[in-house]
Design a protein around this ligand. Structure first.
Ligand code: FEO
Length: 172
C-alpha cells in the first residue's frame, strides 16, 4: 500500500542528519577504544574496562540510528571515520576530553531533535527522547570521573605543599 509506505518513509533531511549521527556514534566508539588501549598500555585495567564498556555502548547507539533509518525505508550511508587521538598527558586530560566529546554529542542530538520538530517527525522525536535521557547520563558519568581525578590531583598538591612546609624545618 503506497500511502502507508509513504507515511513511514523517513525524509531526506532527517535521513542525512541521522547518517551523520551514525558516524559520530561510531567515532565515539573508536575514540573510547583508543582510550581503552591507552589505559591498557599503562596497566590501568579498571579504566580500560570502563572504556571498553563505553565503546560497546557507542556501537549500540550507532545501531539505533542505523535500524531506525532502515525501518523507516531510508538508506544507510556509512562515511569514513576520523582517526582518534592515541596519547594523552594524563587520565584527567583524557576524561576532560571525553566529557567535552559527550557535550558535543548532546548538542548534536539536540540539533536532531530540533530538526524532527521542524519536520513534524513524531516517531523520530520519540526515538530521540531516549537519546536525550541517555546523554544526561553520558555527560554525568564523564563529569563524575573528572571530579574524582581532580580530587586525587588536589591530594597530590596537598602532599607537595606539606613537603614544601617540612623542607623549611630548622635545626632544633
Ligand atoms: Fe553515544 Fe556517548 O553518546
Amino acid at each position: 500500500n503506497l500511502v502507508i509506505k509513504e507515511a513511514r518513509m523517513i525524509n531526506k533531511a532527517m535521513q542525512d542528519a541521522m547518517n551523520e549521527q551514525i558516524n559520530k556514534e561510531l567515532f565515539s566508539s573508536y575514540l573510547y577504544l583508543s582510550m581503552a588501549a591507552y589505559f591498557e598500555a599503562q596497566n590501568l585495567s579498571g579504566f580500560a574496562h570502563w572504556m571498553r564498556i563505553q565503546e560497546a555502548e557507542e556501537r549500540e547507539h550507532a545501531m539505533k540510528f542505523y535500524n531506525f533509518i532502515l525501518e523507516r525505508g531510508g538508506k544507510v550511508t556509512l562515511k569514513a571515520l576520523e582517526a582518534p587521538k592515541t596519547e594523552w598527558k594524563s587520565s584527567l586530560e583524557l576524561f576532560e576530553e571525553a566529557a567535552a566529546h559527550e557535550a558535543m554529542i548532546t548538542a548534536s542530538i539536540n540539533a536532531l531533535y530540533d530538526l524532527a520538530m521542524k519536520e513534524k517527525d513524531y516517531s523520530a522525536l520519540t526515538m530521540l527522547q531516549w537519546f536525550t535521557t541517555e546523554q544526561v547520563e553520558e555527560e554525568k558519568n564523564a563529569a563524575d570521573i573528572v571530579a574524582n581525578l581532580k580530587l586525587i590531583e588536589d591530594r597530590g598538591t596537598a602532599v607537595l605543599m606539606l613537603d614544601h612546609r617540612l623542607a623549611k624545618r630548622g635545626v632544633e
